[in-house]
Structures are given as C-alpha cells and as structure tokens.
Design a protein around this ligand. Structure first.
Ligand code: FES
Length: 155
C-alpha cells in the first residue's frame, strides 16, 4: 500500500506542477479517485508538495466536498438550505436513512451509498432537492425516495 500511495501521490502532484498553491486541486483529484481522502496519500502529498499536513486537514474539514471517511459509490446529499428545509428536507433525510438503514453521515456496509446534508445548491425552485453523484432531483417527496434509490441500486 505504501508504494501505491507514494506512486499515486506523485502522479497527482506532478499533474499540478508540484505547486503548494495547487493543494486544493490535488485534494479534489484524490477525492475523485478514491471517493474520500485516504490518510496515507495525504501524508505523501504533504511531504512531496511541501504543504503541512495540518493545513491539508484544515482544508479537508472546511469544505463539504471533501471527506476523510470512505464514502459510498453513490454519494447522496440532501439540501438543507432554508427553502428545502421548509419544504421537508428533514423528512427526506429520515426516509433515506430508513431506506438504506444508515444514519446521515454514514455509508452502507456494501459501500454503495453514503448520505450527507449540504447547503443550498442554488436550485431552490426545485425544493426539496436531493443530489446523487452529479445528478440533481427535485422536488422529491418521501414517497418518491424508494424509487429514486432503486434507480441506483443496480449501478
Ligand atoms: S435551499 Fe435547497 S436548493 Fe436552495
């Protein structure tokens, strides 16, 4: 694993010209490739790109797009902005928790789905909004949740 982490870290750093100011782009590449930010790769990037690991962790915990925990193949986000919240986003969270048998913030045992909340994504006219991967759905009702999840079960 050490060799793989070192090699992967080097590829990503090279892609961004080894510049410390490109650390967020490097982290996006890691997140996209692994669906989270593995510790060993962050350590390699920290050392090779000369960016303190504390700074990388600060960035990782500040931005919703990053996760330090492994996430599912299909990342589900429920918008909790004011319009979505007012139109039942919390009920959607509960419905998806029940459907997947996980709590918000967790990932299913088969690593297929993870569930998180997010801030307004700018499509309030479609509230309440559910985002799965790159796809946005809305308005989604509690009754519509099983059908929506089913769409991704075979993928
Ligand atoms: S509040 Fe959900 S899209 Fe704006």
């Amino acid at each position: 694993m050490e060799y793989v982490a070192a090699e992967k870290a080097q590829q990503i750093i090279d892609r961004w010209d080894r510049k410390p100011e490109n650390i967020i782009e490097m982290m996006h590449d890691i997140q996209n490739e692994f669906n989270y930010l593995p510790y060993d790769i962050l350590m390699e990037v920290s050392q090779r790109a000369n960016v303190p690991i504390a700074k990388i962790y600060n960035i990782a915990t500040f931005y919703n797009a990053f996760s330090l925990k492994p996430k599912g193949k299909h990342r589900i986000h429920i918008c909790m902005g004011t319009p979505c919240h007012a139109l039942g986003a919390e009920r959607l969270v509960s419905a998806i928790e029940r459907e997947l048998d996980i709590k918000c913030g967790d990932t299913t045992k088969d690593m297929k789905f993870s569930l998180d909340i997010c801030g307004c994504v700018g499509t309030c006219g479609l509230a309440p909004v559910v985002i799965i991967g790159d796809e946005l759905y809305g308005p989604i009702s509690v009754q519509g949740v099983p059908k929506l999840i089913k769409k991704y079960e075979g993928k």
